[in-house]
Design a protein around this ligand. Structure first.
Ligand SMILES: Nc1ncnc2c1ncn2[C@@H]1O[C@H](COP(=O)(O)OP(=O)(O)OP(=O)(O)O)[C@@H](O)[C@H]1O
Length: 369
């Protein structure tokens, strides 16, 4: 797919811009704090209705405005799409070809993106919450049912946690707990199953790509670490039972601590290089290669799932990669993936290798071609 035009209104430091972006490689060049990342972020938000760097939508709206708007013209395999997303303190509204979507989950997936930014190193070495966010964002893009299950799960989890906070240990209302447990397990299992399935496919691609980047020197393995014993080969009914058993086992502990201790909100995953955990033993370079392999794998996985390639958004990462890894990246996007790159200087980009590219200068919320 290809984003051929983007329009922003009151988005961060952009008052109003309209950009033709129909080249294969679009390079945004400018000094620090001019609005380069804001542009990539806007494309990301149009795809996922959420920012990659903040969970507060208010931050995306221009300081002098009450509503931000993003419009994108997208060319897909089966035809063109106009996507509109508006963000205000009242909430978000999304339209596809002028038609308002009842649920944001019906809008997500119209445009697919993979963002690679310096902070992605945190997926390898950061907290479990960062890895869960990665999983949720990525699976949500390709599997619409996932976000629905996640929303329902979060609702039950919140109610259950509120109850656990106030209930006296030894005097909990078992009938109420049973209802929540059933609902928690019902949605939780759907999430776990989809995550396992996603990681299995992601690992296949990531392993292959990682071996390519390291010339076969390193084998990358991704391991899912669910908070309850669950065999990925088992079906949902068995997983449901395993989840329920675990909830019974931790009941007293949960009442004491006032929170839900089992479920996908506590799951994690880990990356291993030649059998050693990358977060613990990996060098900075190995962790960076792992993050890159993961992102390139996502591109292939999205293609596998939906039949076309997503956009690739590279935020200030080219200068951090050595020549070999840069070449690997450029080869990927040059041939099949429309790419948006931000950089403070073109000297870090081997521009002679790029066909069909366009350079934009970004300065204080204005873009010139
Ligand atoms: N809601 C907002 N309204 C107006 N301006 C904003 C808003 N949020 C951020 N900005 C401004 O956007 C600018 C930062 O833009 P951005 O993060 O895109 O920088 P950048 O060009 O990518 O720089 P760097 O290379 O340092 O990452 C800052 O000047 C900041 O004040």
């Amino acid at each position: 797919m290809r984003l051929t035009k983007i329009q922003l209104q009151h988005y961060r430091n952009y008052e109003q811009i309209e950009l033709a972006t129909d080249s294969q490689v679009n390079l945004f060049v400018g000094r620090n704090a001019q609005g380069k990342t804001n542009l990539l972020e806007a494309i990301f938000v149009l795809a996922l209705t959420k920012s990659h760097r903040t969970s507060k939508d208010k931050e995306l709206i221009g300081w002098q405005a009450s509503e931000a708007r993003i419009r994108g013209e997208v060319e897909k395999r089966y035809g063109p799409l106009t996507l509109d997303l508006s963000l205000s303190t009242q909430g978000k509204k999304a339209k596809i070809n002028g038609l308002e979507q009842r649920k944001l989950s019906e809008f997500i997936g119209s445009l697919n993106v993979v963002m690679f930014a310096p902070e992605d190193l945190e997926i390898v070495k950061g907290t479990p919450g960062i890895r869960r966010r990665f999983l949720d964002m990525e699976i949500g893009q390709v599997q619409p049912g996932y976000l629905h299950a996640l929303g329902q799960y979060s609702k039950v989890l919140m109610q259950r946690n509120n109850y656990l906070k106030t209930a006296a240990p030894g005097n909990a209302n078992q009938a109420m707990m049973d209802v929540w447990n059933m609902q928690l397990a019902e949605y939780g299992v759907k999430i776990v199953k989809k995550r396992q399935n996603f990681l299995e496919k992601l690992q296949k691609w990531a392993q292959h790509i990682h071996a390519g980047i390291t010339a076969g020197g390193e084998e990358l393995t991704i391991v899912y670490r669910p908070s309850f014993e669950s065999d990925p080969t088992e079906d949902e009914t068995i997983l449901f039972e395993q989840f329920m058993i675990k909830l019974t086992q931790v009941k007293d502990q949960e009442l004491r601590r006032g929170m839900t201790l089992v479920g996908p909100h506590r799951d994690d995953m880990a990356f291993f290089i030649n059998g050693k955990e990358a977060a613990v033993y990996g060098s900075q370079g190995q962790q960076r290669t792992t993050a890159l392999s993961l992102k390139l794998a996502e591109i292939e996985l999205i293609h596998e799932e939906i039949g076309e390639y997503p956009l690739l958004l590279l935020d200030d990462v080219l200068s951090e990669l050595d020549q070999h890894r840069q070449t690997q990246l450029i080869e990927t996007f040059q041939s099949k993936v429309q790419t948006f790159i931000t950089t403070t200087g073109l000297e870090s980009v081997n521009i002679s290798k790029l066909h069909d590219s366009r350079v934009y200068q970004v300065k204080d919320g204005h873009v010139e071609q």
